[in-house]
Design a binder for this molecule. Structure first.
Ligand SMILES: NC(=O)c1ccc[n+]([C@@H]2O[C@H](COP(=O)([O-])OP(=O)(O)OC[C@H]3O[C@@H](n4cnc5c(N)ncnc54)[C@H](OP(=O)(O)O)[C@@H]3O)[C@@H](O)[C@H]2O)c1
Length: 306
């Protein structure tokens, strides 16, 4: 029996707890993926517990007695974080740090989510999990601090999934924003010199559960494969819906934002595939499924489904 199997056997037999499972974009996808995989799961929302209080969090976890905790809660407003660094750090650093300590003392497995924004964006090859980090924003710095806190506490079986550029059902996201704008405009200017790994929450949640089922632990990059600029992603979404709107490329300098973003943050899924034997599908296939399954409202009768 390996060390990992020993650790898993010693875990509480309680349900999977999904922090952010009631309202978060990823949290809701995790609840669906866990149900499909036959894992009993409990969804947490803001009314259930004050997550930033370690005592309240500990008491809540004692009540639920989870075997696994997925932390899909975060301060995700990248630009607003520049003005609220303390609040961002409470959610992105202190919460995972507290969860790591409680994981060590209570025995549940912690599966946490982080971001491509821990990188500086100057890479030219897809970032591997051990590539040097260098966040360029408060959001990226607080998320990296959360990763480091978990690794420093080092609870048995800790798992961190870095992901990127999420879209999916259940919450406003880049795709719904673009398609809503297309309803009222003939043309849209979208940044074309930031390149990343667009990822569907449905796929990410499935892959996170696959990591759990493979009893994997450590740091992984979990994204749909392929790369795109924001402009390429928007163009494909508009093409699939058939909305009559022209998407034009502009440079980052043409769309100033409070927070800096990495210019190139494509993630390599090699470590994830080595652990699970699974290769994520291309982002364009995941986008197509998302639009045709979940965004019926945006589809026109004459939509081009090619
Ligand atoms: N979205 C992306 O493009 C992206 C990219 C890379 C990595 N990630 C990472 O992926 C994970 C999931 O992101 P997501 O897009 O699914 O996030 P999301 O949709 O913004 O959901 C965030 C969750 O955190 C909860 N939350 C935020 N502030 C809270 C507070 N003060 N107290 C209690 N709950 C609070 C939210 O609750 P309410 O609904 O009540 O506000 C919501 O359930 C995060 O770790 C994020 O850093 C996301």
């Amino acid at each position: 029996m390996t060390q990992e199997q020993t650790t898993a056997a010693a875990r509480p037999s309680g349900p999977c707890l999904v922090l952010g499972g009631k309202t978060g974009m990823l949290g809701q996808a995790l609840m669906d993926a866990l149900a499909k995989a036959g894992h009993p799961a409990v969804a947490q929302g803001r009314d259930d517990v004050a997550l930033t209080s370690r005592e309240a969090l500990a008491a809540y976890l004692e009540t639920v007695n989870p075997g696994v905790v997925f932390n899909a809660v975060a301060y995700t407003q990248v630009d607003k974080a520049e003005d609220e660094p303390d609040e961002a750090a409470r959610l992105n650093k202190t919460l995972p740090e507290n969860l790591a300590h409680l994981s060590a003392s209570m025995g549940f497995k912690l599966i946490h989510f982080s971001t491509d924004f821990v990188f500086d964006g100057k890479g030219q090859e897809p970032y591997e999990v051990d590539a040097p980090t260098g966040p360029v924003s408060v959001y990226g710095r607080t998320k990296l601090a959360g990763e480091k806190a978990i690794r420093s506490v080092n609870p048995p079986g800790w798992t961190i999934c870095r992901t990127a550029w999420l879209f999916g059902p259940g919450r406003k996201n880049f795709i719904t924003t673009i398609l809503n704008l297309c309803r009222s405009r003939d043309t849209l200017n979208v940044v074309d010199d930031q390149i990343g790994s667009p990822t569907c929450t449905v796929d990410l949640a499935l892959h996170a559960v696959q990591l759990l089922d493979a009893d994997a632990s450590g740091l992984f990059h979990v994204v749909n494969v392929g790369e795109a600029s924001w402009c390429e992603l928007a163009t494909e979404a508009v093409r699939l819906t058939g909305l009559p709107c022209k998407v034009s490329p502009i440079p980052t300098s043409g769309y100033p934002t409070k927070a800096a973003r990495p210019a190139w943050s494509v993630l390599s899924t090699a470590a994830f595939t080595a652990a699970t034997g699974v290769t994520p599908r291309p982002w364009a296939k995941a986008l197509r499924d998302y639009i045709f399954k979940d965004l019926q409202d945006f589809l026109e009768p004459q939509a081009n489904r090619g």
